[in-house]
Design a protein around this ligand. Structure first.
Ligand code: AGP
Length: 620
């Protein structure tokens, strides 16, 4: 969590950095700050949303062309101004010698803090981060060979830090340099085209924050330090060996990371789903045929798959299991990454680990990837951000092509994950000789209809969604029930409502409801029942009867012409019916995304930046 940015160039650094932070606030948004060099270090920091910092800078701009900035998701110490980054060295001659921003956790901060206090450093925050500028100052102003040299100072300090981090430091003695290092948290260097013999150099935790200034980027690997100056960037390992980090053209546009005509990113991203799915589907088809993904492995030989994922990506994995079992007859386990990483999973020949992650940076999933690799299990990544750590560490990548997802609630990435998993299962079935040419043609026809069905479902369900949101926005609890492929939809619908509208919500497999949770049902409890026309519809109708018999308020999700569902439900959210019922969950989730959005708006919640959360969970 937390976002880092840095800028060196002719523009006012504070103006560039505030926009960069805007693009990074999905990584944390409980406080923000920046430091700009101009003779000395000028600091601006504010607790609360980024607007607080932006207002402070408007009222009191910082004049300077080199600076670092940070948006925080608190780990050590609450989101107060004192705990905001950047942190400065403090105490006697150390005061103001260096400023640092940090993403990650310094595990040995307690020990370092005690040692640094003895050397005269004065601490002003409760953060683990503050040991970094203090340590840097003691080295920079000390008597070792690193003294006075910012890169050597950072290198010497890194040898003392334990944990995972990305850091950036500026020294007022070196007013056009940023020294940054990466060990476990992402960091990217950006550069503009040369204009009037000069370049703009940027640094950020993620690509959107480099836009629109940079046109090329280089990704730092773990264990790399970069010395950024207006003339360019020099990369080296922590031990001083030069590293060649190639710059590549940035493909993402500034438009893709703006809200466009929408008020929130979540609305924009929900609306983008038809085009996202169309792009993804066409990337996996050639004419009427499926194309086997280039994953560097023989899918026919895979007989056991372990999905690793967290949150929404885990819900997608639950349906991925159905797809692979049904189409390719492969044994699949679905594991929550934070559980997998602390077990001692059994590795056998023919096992494949598939890490599913929108961001490709989720710390628990990344740790699971590394554990699997250590056991010589092949790992592939199903990721949206193809420059991410998981994408780079996996042996093969299946990209989602969903474009930047910025709203904290995952929406378009979820339906893209489901579609990608369906295609992956079909491709595995084909590789194993389990898909006849006729079945392949039917499957391709079914999947190609999906974007249109997504579009019509979003359009046709909207008025009913608004009606249900008007009725139940004030309800303090909501239950979601589904069976088979709709059980993950129930979990995902509940997660959306919890995370952006702060409503207590639970998703259950409907057949399990009678084993305890049905005791919650009262005439006030909205129960959202996923009941499309699939093989479990009759069973689901019986489960709905059980809730209705106890006076629960039934909101059905199913086909508009389903008379039985209409008769049982107070209201129905209509969804299109796909040719292949395995695809139905991709349509059933759509009204639930919109429902969570409308309830959040009615409850005056911040849809894109819900409390206590961050988009990318890069701490365990
Ligand atoms: C979804 O709405 C969440 N905000 C969250 O559960 C997310 O899916 C989870 O943190 C996993 O993220 P990833 O897909 O980027 O790994």
């Amino acid at each position: 969590m937390c976002g880092i940015a840095g800028y060196i160039g002719p523009k006012p650094a504070d103006q560039v950095l505030i926009v960069a932070l805007e693009r990074l606030k999905y990584r944390g948004y409980d406080s923000a700050g920046m430091a700009v060099v101009n003779g000395e270090l000028h600091l601006r920091r504010a607790a609360g949303k980024l607007k607080m910092l932006a207002d402070q800078i408007d009222a009191s701009p910082v004049d300077g062309h080199c600076g670092i900035a940070h948006t925080r998701w608190a780990t050590h110490g609450p989101p107060t101004e004192a705990n905001c980054h950047p942190h400065l060295a403090n105490g006697g001659r150390f005061t103001g010698a260096v400023a640092v921003v940090h993403n990650g956790i310094i595990e040995n901060h307690d020990h370092l803090r005690r040692e640094l206090i003895e050397q005269g450093c004065i601490f002003q925050s409760e953060t683990d981060t503050e040991v970094i500028p203090q340590l840097l100052a003691t080295i920079y102003l000390g008597d070792s060979t690193a003294a006075g040299d910012p890169v050597a100072t950072v290198r010497a300090a890194l040898a003392r830090l334990e944990g995972s981090f990305a850091i950036a430091a500026i020294f007022p003695d070196h007013p056009d340099r940023i020294i940054a290092a990466r060990q476990g948290s992402p960091l990217i260097v950006g550069r503009s085209r040369i204009k009037d013999g000069r370049r703009e150099m940027l640094l950020a935790s993620d690509i959107p924050a480099l836009l629109p200034h940079a046109h090329e980027m280089a990704i730092l690997d773990d264990g790399v330090i970069v010395d950024i100056r207006s003339s360019g960037a020099v990369f080296g390992t922590f031990s001083g060996v030069p590293v060649d980090a190639p710059f590549k053209t940035i493909e993402v546009t500034a438009d893709a990371v703006s809200k466009g005509r929408f008020d929130t990113f979540m609305e924009k991203e929900i609306a983008e789903q038809p085009e996202v799915l169309a792009r993804l589907i066409e990337s996996r088809l050639r004419g009427e045929a499926l194309v086997e993904p280039d994953l560097g492995l023989d899918l026919a030989a895979v007989n056991h798959i372990v999905f690793l994922a967290c949150g929404t990506s885990w819900h997608a994995a639950l349906n991925g299991k159905r797809y692979l079992e049904t189409l390719a007859r492969v044994h699949v386990e679905v594991d929550i990454s934070s559980e997998y990483r602390y077990r001692n999973p059994v590795a056998s020949g023919g096992t494949l680990v598939v890490a599913i992650s929108q961001s490709g940076e989720t710390a628990d999933t990344l740790a699971g990837v590394r554990l699997a690799k250590a056991k010589f299990i092949p790992v592939i990544g199903l990721v949206n951000v193809v420059t991410s750590t998981i994408a780079r560490e996996a042996a093969g990548v299946m990209p989602l092509f969903a474009g930047p997802e910025i709203g904290v609630a995952s929406t378009k990435a979820y339906t893209a994950q489901l579609t990608a998993l369906y295609l992956f299962a079909a491709q595995a079935a084909k590789a194993k000789g389990l898909l006849s040419p006729e079945a392949e043609r039917k499957l391709v026809t079914a999947v190609r209809k999906l974007p249109g069905q997504v579009e019509s479902t979003l359009k046709n369900s909207e008025s009913a969604v608004i009606e249900v949101a008007d009725l139940f926005a004030a309800a303090s609890d909501t239950v979601f029930l589904g069976r088979g492929g709709e059980h993950p939809t129930a979990l995902e619908g509940a997660l959306k409502l919890k995370e952006i509208a702060y409503v207590h919500a639970s998703g259950y497999p409907a057949g399990e409801f009678k084993h305890g949770p049905i005791a919650q049902v009262t005439a006030k409890l909205p129960v959202i029942c996923l009941c499309p026309r699939d093989q479990l519809r009759e069973k689901m109708l019986s489960n709905i009867q059980e809730v209705k018999a106890r006076a629960g308020r039934i909101i059905g999700v199913g086909q508009a012409d389903d008379r039985e569902l209409r008769d049982l439900a107070d209201l129905v959210l209509p969804v299109a019916r796909p040719d292949d019922e395995l695809l139905q969950p991709i349509l059933s989730i759509l009204p639930l995304q919109r429902y969570a959005y409308h309830v959040a708006v009615r409850r005056k919640c911040d849809v894109d930046q819900p409390r206590n959360l961050a988009k990318s969970v890069t701490v365990e």
